[in-house]
Design a protein around this ligand. Sequence first.
Ligand SMILES: [Zn+2]
Length: 267
Amino acid sequence: MKIVVVGCGTTGNAIIPLLKGNLILIDRDIVEERNLSRQGLFTKKDISKPKAELLAKKFSATSKVLDLDYTNVSLLKADIVIDCTDNLETRFLINEYCSKQNIPWIYTGIVGKQARVMSCTGTFCFRCIFSEVKGLETCTTGGVDLNLAKQLAQVVKEEVQRISKKQKVRGLWANGEWVSVKRNPRCEVCKGKYSYLEGKKEKIIKFCGSSRYQFKGNFDFETVKKRLHGKGTWFVYEDFYIFKDRVLVKASSEKEAKKKFIDIIGC
Ligand SMILES: [Zn+2]
């Protein structure tokens, strides 16, 4: 069984050791000191090394150190895809690819005290349930609960077994309870419209002089302002200048800017 795991952060650290099969691990990140308390598979000597490579070595898997996007999304060709990412943009991309290719995939998410798992195997999809709400709390500002990550990993293990036995999936698991899920008749993805796969939904990042990058119109200003305790029509937060219609962030590369944006503003 070929299993692709996207994301080797906190949820990935909890889930990957429980998986059996031909594992492909995708992650764009390197280990930072601040990761060590929640990502127990990494130690101090792993700092500055790619997460996917480190875990691939540990679990005899294949690593892909990259930012998954519409140009390389065919890397998800597998029997099961498991989402351990930290952003909605990537989840919508995974959802479109897997829906189109009929690949079962498992969404996982932890934000603050909320843990969720949902297997999408064709009767409904991620987009049927989750809309493009911007400015959601992210794990950098919200914090990931390790015990929740462990509970979630057990649920994912069961879901992988159910999918491999072609058993019916159970809907959405949210904080220990299963909620039944139905296809949304208005869902664009279920109708065969794939805007993320076509690259139409990629965030626009423009280099705008010196070391600042600009993001436009991909977040809800009021939600972000409230979460970061900002005041006024624009405000400064760490390396960010946050305006109603755009965000400027100081970074040394487009990649770093994108990462900072997702970590602090959300997706
Ligand atoms: Zn759908």
